[in-house]
Design a protein around this ligand. Structure first.
Ligand code: GLA
Length: 675
């Protein structure tokens, strides 16, 4: 995680700004509208490579100088992106070998974006050059808030350059072919390698891939992209710029990077966050993305992109209403974001994303959508003091941690598992959702983190783990922690090798159980448990050896066998959930387990009214964010001032509204409002 607490002194408000798509008259209107909305930050240059370097080695940044002067004159700061996610057509023509090859062996040509092979020397060199150029030209500009390196690293190449770099990475990891053959279990299907050059990226093959090879390739790609990022970083530093650096991670669906190791190389961690569900689950999703990013960052972070007006669900873009846009923005901020930035400032008139939402819609500033933007800008100024992070301690206090491990996602994506429909992010989200619905603050941690301060540690579906992780979990329990492990955890080691003798081999003794057989059920099937909960598509024939049985399967072939167990060990307990519980059952389980371990919701009574409560700590006090997702007006009573309305002690919230209360005390009650 970064070593600095990112503190820009205000909430950054604005978004991706692509003036190269517009005339200079529009630039002038942009500045006027930005002023109206109190925009203070834009991200420029994200896809400007062809405009900045129209021919190889020939630069033309006069237009960008003018854009920056215009912003400067209006007091608007900027993140400057390196444009390396979108090499221009001349690059492809000059370096056809630097185009990415897909897993099926086909080449990807230019005509869209992200058409680069990350390991191609020509690409890396061109990326370093343009980064250096921008570093030298703008690196000490007073309006520069920070560097936005690349955009959403995640293009995977399977071509010859990748093969070479992958082999080098494997040599460094394993040292000898013998070690690789052992780790990859190449005795299976005659895959034994006799020469490093025989090893390939996992290109399309006849049938299933080797799972150890797949996961190593994912690890390699994360490291390789990090190396490319670090090269640009070094060029910018060498150019004399000390502005903070970030690259925008993409949530929710991207899993190309190990965010923990990447975060250590950024002064500020940022994400792009696009809701993938409408309704209340969208709010849970805001919390999920925010909690993850704050945890990766180890403190304040930046929301680099969200959609102002739309939620893309399947083939449709559903409307994000203005009140929701504002509540979502405050939801990110409540959990440590120092910004509300959007993709993008002005809706494109043409091009591939012409129907994407924007702060300035096609119709222009005279619109309901832009009025909401102005309202948000005013609000962010009113709550500006919240942006000062606490002098010591964390920005959001949590008593519960959930393990997040990119490798967990990668290993659960290897083929031919008992139920391939089980996905890591769904399982982690289900646990987070249960905790969010209970009103608890949640942190994420990597395996091996210091978890001594957490009363509860949850490990959802972490299929492959190391012996060190197993020891770490045991130490946590012995020292008095409450560990909750859900199904599909600890079945394999880091080489995707099953630990035999009973599941889950890596942590069987810790949990005091032995699972004899995994009994997947058809997706959508349910099975009742003896405590009224409902299990689903994953069940196990489980023996509680030194554990107590909390619930048994109550129907089907496993009727009477343990389904949920709990073992006391040292000062703590370790609970195992052997089935994929339905969400309502998971909610119930966590409400029970949290009360056992003394974990407290932020504002217990508010949930019944549909009011989400989050407490953010700051230099000048504690701030209670109240986000009203419910349907009836409420009044919240206590000691504090709503920075948005100025109301003190009794705060009225109508549905859709939010309050940010500087707290005088921590005791709050809530009632339905008759006003
Ligand atoms: C990503 C990209 C943007 C844009 C948006 C659209 O987050 O960074 O350039 O394509 O998606 O949602």
């Amino acid at each position: 995680m970064p070593h600095t607490q990112y503190a820009p002194g205000q909430f950054l408000f604005g978004g991706d700004y692509n003036p190269e798509q517009w005339s200079r008259e529009t630039w002038a209107e942009d500045i006027e509208l930005m002023r109206r909305a109190r925009v203070n930050t834009v991200t420029i240059g994200v896809f400007s490579w062809a405009m900045l370097e129209p021919r190889e080695g020939e630069y033309d940044a006069g237009w960008l100088d003018d854009v920056i002067s215009g912003l400067d004159a209006a007091g608007i700061g900027f993140f400057l992106a390196t444009p390396t996610a979108s090499p221009p057509p001349w690059f492809t023509v000059a370096h056809p070998d630097a185009l990415p090859i897909r897993a099926d062996g086909t080449a990807v040509l230019h005509g869209s974006r992200d058409t680069y092979a990350i390991s191609a020397p020509a690409y890396r060199e061109a990326a370093r050059r343009i980064a250096r150029y921008l570093g030298e030209r703008y690196g000490t500009h007073p309006g520069l808030r920070g560097w936005h390196i690349h955009n959403e690293y995640g293009t995977v190449d399977y071509g010859p350059h990748a093969a070479r770099a992958f082999r080098e990475w494997l040599r460094a990891k394993y040292g000898s072919l013998e070690a690789l053959n052992t780790a990859w279990y190449t005795a299976f299907w005659s895959q034994r390698y006799g020469d490093w050059d025989e090893i390939l990226p996992p290109l399309q093959t006849q049938y299933l891939h080797n799972p150890a090879q797949l996961v190593d390739f994912r690890r390699f790609n994360s490291d390789e992209m990090l190396a490319a990022y670090s090269e640009q970083r070094a060029e910018i530093h060498a150019a004399g710029s000390t502005a903070p650096m970030t690259t925008n991670f993409m949530l929710p669906t991207w899993n190309f990077l190990d965010q923990w190791s990447w975060s250590a190389k950024q002064e500020v961690v940022s994400i792009d966050h696009y809701l993938d569900t409408d309704g209340p689950d969208g709010e849970a999703h805001v919390a999920y993305g925010s909690d993850l990013t704050r945890s990766w960052a180890g403190g304040p972070w930046v929301l680099m992109e969200q959609n102002a007006t739309g939620i893309r669900v399947g083939e449709q873009t559903l409307t994000k209403q203005p009140d929701r846009m504002i509540r979502n923005s405050l939801g990110y901020i409540a959990r440590g974001s120092q910004s509300s930035l959007f993709f993008q400032w002005r809706a494109s008139a043409a091009g591939s994303e012409l129907w994407h939402g924007a702060l300035v819609p096609h119709v222009g500033g005279d619109s309901q959508a832009f009025e909401a933007v102005v309202e948000l800008g005013e609000m962010l100024e009113k709550i500006a003091e919240v942006a000062d992070p606490p002098v010591d301690g964390v920005i959001v206090e949590s008593q519960v941690a959930v393990v997040w491990d990119a490798e967990g996602w990668w290993s659960l994506e290897t083929p031919h598992l008992p139920n391939d429909a089980i996905t890591y992010s769904d399982e982690v989200r289900a646990v987070h959702r249960a905790l969010w619905r209970g009103g608890y603050a949640v942190d994420f941690v990597p395996p091996g983190a210091d978890v001594s301060k957490y009363r509860m540690l949850v490990v959802p579906a972490l299929y492959a783990i190391t012996a060190a992780t197993a020891d770490w979990l045991e130490d946590y329990v012995r020292a008095g922690g409450q560990l909750v492990v859900t199904f599909a955890t600890g079945l394999a080691d880091e080489n995707q090798r099953i630990v035999s003798g009973g599941y889950p081999g890596m942590i069987r003794d810790l949990l005091g159980i032995r699972s004899e057989q995994i009994f997947p059920r058809a997706n959508g099937d349910t099975v009742p448990l003896s405590n009224g909960m409902i299990g689903g598509s994953w069940t196990e024939l489980l023996h509680a050896e030194s554990a107590d049985v909390v619930a048994r399967y109550d129907a089907g072939p496993l009727r009477g066998s343990p389904a949920i167990t709990s073992r006391e060990l040292g000062e703590g307990t370790a609970t195992y959930v052997s089935t994929k519980l339905e969400q309502e059952s998971l909610d119930r389980l966590f409400s029970h387990l949290t009360s056992l371990s003394g974990v407290e919701p932020v504002f217990p009574e508010s949930r019944a009214f549909g009011v989400e409560a989050v407490r953010r700590r700051g230099a000048r006090g504690h701030y209670l964010f109240l986000l009203h997702h419910g349907e009836r007006p409420v009044q919240v009573h206590g000691n504090g001032v709503d920075l948005i309305t100025g109301e003190a002690d009794t705060i009225l919230l109508v549905p859709g509204q939010a309050a940010v209360v500087r707290e005088g005390g921590r005791s709050w009650t809530i009632t339905e409002s008759t006003r």
